[in-house]
Ligand binder design. Sequence first.
Ligand code: F3S
Length: 284
Amino acid sequence: MEVIRAKSAGFCFGVKRAVDTVYEEAEKRPGTAIYTYGPIIHNEEVVKDLREKGVRVIQSEEELEELTEGLVIIRSHGVPERLCRKLEEKGIEYVDATCPFVKRIHKIVQAESAAGSRIVIIGNPSHPEVEGIRGWAGKDVDVIQTAEEAEAFQAEPGRKICIVAQTTFNYNKFKDLVEIILEKGYYISVLNTICNATRERQSEAARIAERVDAMIVIGDKNSSNTQKLFEICRNVCNNTYYIQTLGDLDTNQLRSVETVGITAGASTPNNIIEEVQNNVRINF
Ligand code: F3S
């Protein structure tokens, strides 16, 4: 059996950097209470493994408020500025593992807002990354996710508007929403801050799925980017299987196929991908 593994399968640069940071800190500082603000990635296996190493998850700002000591690690999504200030006020050390591509957006909206612009974030308002960006964008900030919201958008005449995007937002949808806002005739600067990692992972997965007999997509059941990958692959390959770990793989399904493709969501650790890859290679 031929096994084709997508090069872009699994962690993107920013997620890998954040996960590595937590493991490194846990190793460097035995005995220190280490927390991540929100789960470091949406993967139960990794969060469980880290818990065994003493790393706990802070779920809310209220929980953070109660903290009196320890080290807090900020995940790749980033956090609003006020959270960094709060940690500083409390004298709690933190390591900022915000993805540099997200940090760049924080800097843009902070500078643009200081220069008087009104900020528009094209993204999902309840996504932590967007909440974080919002928290660096000053008071005048709008989050737009739908065409209706873009139609309804209004700003003061003559006010400069700066548009940025959530890094994982769909590019075509971003273009459409920007188009609607541009038609309103405001003085607008548009910064496409979408990260290519997601798009590359999706297009590579589709290319592989087109040429194999079966496709395996590995990722946490709650990971929305893995679900999306699964849909993309299933559109071009009927034999597409969504598994969380090797244990979910139904061995009968691969009996009569000659080529298998493997990809994985942004929150799937390499060891899980490798385990599946090796097993498929050896046993079929
Ligand atoms: Fe960063 Fe792009 Fe990943 S913004 S966290 S490298 S999807």
